[in-house]
Design a protein around this ligand. Structure first.
Ligand code: RUQ
Ligand code: CUA
Length: 673
């Protein structure tokens, strides 16, 4: 849900909901609350020093990042910078990470992250990677879960609004991305009202099983609708992918009304195994497309970037049998496949029921050609031939569904602000619980996989209103933890969240907590600016560029006095944290720098670019309180007027002198240079 729509709808929503469904936007009564509080407190209490049971990964929405919370406590463990520059640790500001944010549109310091997705093996989260989409400038990022850092970003060409992304196939062979906004493909200058003739959608299948090697395997050219969300089949439906679409009206203005005309829009069911075969048979066309691929080189911890120039584009007309349309009521949003792989659940934002399709019926309907015509060469299956059932009177505004692995489904109802629990197969509603307020996504750990850990559910709410101490016109979004272990859902905890979380993923902490990298090995650091010992530090001029090689260790920088820099120079501080110990970080900041600080992981080199404008003496210091003498961890750079004859020099510490003389007499480990 976009912020503007969110804001417009929110008011209507809560007013509407209060009158329509009195329980929806009410606060619990005092009495209720204390009963709830007593029991709930013990369920979410994680004693100081103890660990949470689950890691949960919430998208940061318009913050562009991912936030990691422990469950059940709701404690914020980390913000992982992805698509937005992060001044807190220099992501996207230092020279090593800037290339990660390069695109064919240039350097982009921000994006809107919507959906987190854990890598899977045989349809179950395996704890290797977390993927996240950039919605505004379509991209997919891979985060390595041994270090909680973004390691790779792939741009998606021929698309705009990478919303139906980054959902995975059961073995993470592919991650998908589909166009939210159809655009001319290739994008050219045409009248906007030529939408119906010129605008197209694309479904991208991205090869994802090898770190550092993400690439577009192929794209499928689709009618110009808005593609919204997707989920892979599993078990019997393995090999298929399902994407919701809306705006089958192909409106290009006032979509609010114009794209809500048709009674049904479509879920596109894609047989990607058949598509792969068509590609192998040469039925895809080489389609000139510029897009960038950025990745972290492991040894230098520096980003690399390459520009690709072509994709393989498949037109369903050239490859019959790869896409079918499942008619689905009223502008469907989410599409979720149950753990058995048989049921495909749609969230028709404006529908009065939750429609569920059957994969078995879909296969039969395809065999018996139970079609209702076709669109751009894509057969439309008959609604009655594919429908498994409809959940009646679920509430208002169904968006997303997750599963507990015990035969129940849980759907978020945006307009009536509640989670509705219903039974797969009988389609009866068995329980409902209000959320505060206007729930978007919901998440059960593993709840989109073959084996959900169906103990908790997290509701991610768009509107917080009166739930926390007020903080001016804008309140944080909020998450609510709900116990789903029993027959009745129980609200346990509220916690505020950064940005606007859309989707989330979670897994048991035991799967990844002992695999964490504690520091990077200095001996293996191949960053061209690395300094591996105090004696190796120094300063070097290369025309108007000055390179400083410096180490950081408790509690000093070496060298720490630099002279001979002139106005007109560009200075690169290559700082290496030579600590080899867990969680011992240093920072680096210099007076007047127009970017952020550096934060240095142990064993890592980071480079700060600095252009001094006036002569003077400029201090630098460590920004991360690392030791008792952290406040002593500082130094100076002297900057002279252009053409000055101050000699370029870097002081050398006593320790470095000893290291050097030992090296000269062969009495110890040699200084590395
Ligand atoms: S979408 S709730 Cu990306 Cu549902 Cu936001
Ligand atoms: Cu190093 Cu503070």
């Amino acid at each position: 849900m976009q912020p503007s729509l969110r804001r417009v709808l929110s008011v209507a929503v809560c007013i509407g909901a209060v009158t329509l469904l009195a329980y929806a936007c009410e606060r619990p009564t005092k009495q209720n609350q204390s009963v709830l509080t007593g029991d709930a407190a013990s369920r979410v209490y994680v004693a100081p020093g103890s660990y949470d049971e689950f890691y949960s990964f919430l998208s940061g929405g318009f913050s562009g990042q991912v936030a990691v919370y422990g469950l059940p406590s709701g404690r914020l463990l980390k913000v992982i910078p992805v698509f937005s520059q992060n001044a807190e640790n220099g992501w996207g500001y230092n020279e090593e990470t800037k290339p990660m944010l390069e695109t064919t549109f240039g350097f982009i310091p921000w994006d809107d992250t919507h959906h987190t997705e854990l890598s899977m093996t045989d349809g179950v989260p395996d704890g290797r990677w977390l993927f996240i989409n950039g919605n505004n400038t379509p991209r997919i990022a891979r985060i390595d879960l041994t270090r909680f850092e973004t390691e790779e970003i792939l741009q998606i060409p021929n698309a705009a609004g990478g919303h139906a992304s980054p959902f995975t196939t059961p073995n993470t062979k592919y991650i998908v991305s589909a166009t939210r906004f159809s655009v001319p493909v290739p994008n050219t200058d045409v009248p906007i009202d030529s939408y119906k003739q010129n605008f197209k959608g694309t479904l991208s299948f991205v090869k994802a099983d090898e770190p550092g090697k993400m690439d577009i395997a192929f794209q499928i050219l689709m009618p110009g609708y808005n593609y919204d969300l997707g989920h892979a089949g599993k078990g019997p439906s393995d090999g298929w992918f399902f994407f919701t679409s809306y705006n089958s009206e192909q409106a290009n203005t006032k979509l609010e009304t114009n794209a809500s005309q048709n009674d049904k829009d479509y879920i596109a069911a894609v047989n990607y195994v058949a598509a792969e075969q068509c590609v192998a048979q040469g039925k895809a066309k080489a389609f000139p497309s510029q897009y960038m691929h950025n990745w972290m080189d492991e040894a230098s911890r520096s980003a690399r970037t390459e520009t690709k120039t072509s994709v393989k584009m498949l037109d369903p007309r050239d490859c019959p049998g790869i896409v079918y349309y499942l008619p689905t009521p009223k502008s469907p949003h989410g599409v979720d496949v149950d753990p058995t792989g048989e049921y495909i659940v749609a969230g028709g934002k404006l529908a009065s029921v939750i429609p569920v399709h059957s994969f078995t019926k879909m296969k039969k309907a395809i065999e018996s050609k139970a079609f209702d015509g076709e669109l751009s060469g894509i057969p439309i299956l008959k609604y009655d031939a594919v429908m498994a059932g409809e959940v009646q009177k679920p509430g208002l505004g169904p968006l997303h569904t997750e599963f507990d692995g015990k035969g129940y489904a849980y759907t978020s109802m945006f307009i009536s602000s509640e989670v509705v629990k219903w039974k797969l197969g009988t389609w009866e509603v068995v329980d409902r619980i209000p959320t505060y307020y206007s729930i978007g996504h919901l998440m059960i750990p593993g709840g989109d996989s073959k084996k959900p850990w169906g103990k908790y559910l997290v509701a991610m709410n768009k509107i917080t209103k009166d739930r926390y101490l007020p903080t001016g016109p804008e309140m944080f979004q909020s998450a609510q933890l709900i116990d789903i272990s029993g027959e009745k859902m129980k609200l346990l905890l509220d916690f505020p969240t950064i940005g606007e979380p859309h989707y989330a993923q979670a897994l048991p902490a035991s799967m990844i907590k002992d695999k964490q990298v504690k520091f990077f090995e200095l001996a293996k650091n191949t960053n061209p600016g690395v300094t591996k010992s105090e004696a190796a530090g120094g300063i070097r001029r290369d025309g108007k560029k000055v390179h400083v090689n410096m180490i950081a260790i408790r509690s000093h920088f070496a060298p720490d006095n630099l002279e001979g820099v002139m106005v007109g120079d560009t200075v690169y501080f290559h700082v290496t944290n030579i600590e080899q110990d867990w969680d011992i970080l240093h920072g680096f900041a210099v007076l007047g720098a127009t970017n952020s600080e550096l934060i240095l992981n142990p064993g890592e080199t980071r480079t700060l670019k600095w252009v001094p404008r006036t002569p003077g003496v400029y201090p630098f210091y460590c920004t991360d309180f690392c030791s008792a003498l952290h406040q002593e961890m500082q130094g100076y750079v002297r900057v002279s007027a252009p053409g000055s004859n101050v000699k370029l020099s870097a002081n050398i510490s006593e320790k470095a002198k000893t290291q050097l003389s030992r090296a000269q007499t062969g009495a110890g480990p040699s200084a590395q240079r």
